[in-house]
Design a protein around this ligand. Sequence first.
Ligand SMILES: Nc1nc2c(c(=O)[nH]1)N[C@H]1C(S)=C(S)[C@@H](COP(=O)(O)O)O[C@H]1N2
Ligand SMILES: [Mo]
Length: 337
Amino acid sequence: MSTDRLPPGQQLAARGKWPVVGERQPLAAIEPWSVTVDGLVAQPRRWTLEELQQLPATEKCIDIHCVTRWSLLDVPVKGVELKALLAQVNPSPRARYVSFVAHTERHHSTSLPLEESLSLGAMVVWSMFGRPLPVDHGGPVRMVVPGKYFYKSVKWLSRIELLEHDRLGYWEAEAGYHNGADPWREERFAAPGISKQQMQKLLATRDWSEQSLLALQASGRELVGLVARGAVLRAADFRQARLQQANFEGANLSNSRFGEADLRAASFLDADIEGCDFSGADLRGCDLRSLSMLGVTFVSLSGTAVVDETTRFRDGLLDQLADEQADFVRSRQVSIE
Ligand SMILES: Nc1nc2c(c(=O)[nH]1)N[C@H]1C(S)=C(S)[C@@H](COP(=O)(O)O)O[C@H]1N2
Ligand SMILES: [Mo]
């Protein structure tokens, strides 16, 4: 058996076995089942299952990789490409993410960058293994997103919503699953190397003091009031995260990304923020009296940080910034102490 198609840490599921993972059934059946495409589109639209099945269908063989380490290769699927549906709703140029929502009790959902979902060939699927989709596997219709861990493929699909900003899905928000979900890079958990239980606890308590969480994936997360005093958070991804009042005092955040994050009244007092990117972040009331400012970015093609007289900088450290960054800070009314 060739294993070059098995991503690291995966095993083939037992022959003839197709495990059921997560929810087992939808909310009381919608009759007739329909899928709505809306959000940032000019012509929102709803298709019943029958109408979907009248569109030009696509059939292909895909590989399934579940984050719980089983894989199925060459699974025949039949459905309609997301691209074909979007061609009929006129998406806004502002749409950058897509959220797939299930008709289930917990309104289960998952999301992807729009471009990526299209380039991976995301499909709305009603048949797998040559048979109508069984209910426990998402029948009558589910998403299938090839090339991502299977938690990016929502069962009992009822809505496809186009968004400007990412909205984390159920597993990503509640269980700490990685929002990237690339099986070839083993993007299983938001903090590689810690367990799902540990990650859930960290998200629930929001106390990360003194913890070591390298390369944490926390983009778009709701983390208001986070306490991460003295934590080691090198290379974290906090883009678009909500971090008002977060306490990063004395933390090591080198090379972390805070693009477009809400950091109002957050504190980086005595933190290591070398190489951090704050492009487009809201830094009003933020204490940036860090240990060093080497390689810090406030303005780039992807955005300009918001600073005002309540944004605090340490006297002397501005000289460590690249010229363009130092000019930006000096051109604003900030507090230099
Ligand atoms: N609505 C819904 N979709 C879901 C889930 C879920 O719990 N609810 N679990 C996901 C996960 S983690 C996996 S691995 C796959 C499992 O699909 P399967 O049960 O058909 O194998 O569905 C995904 N889609
Ligand atoms: Mo999964």
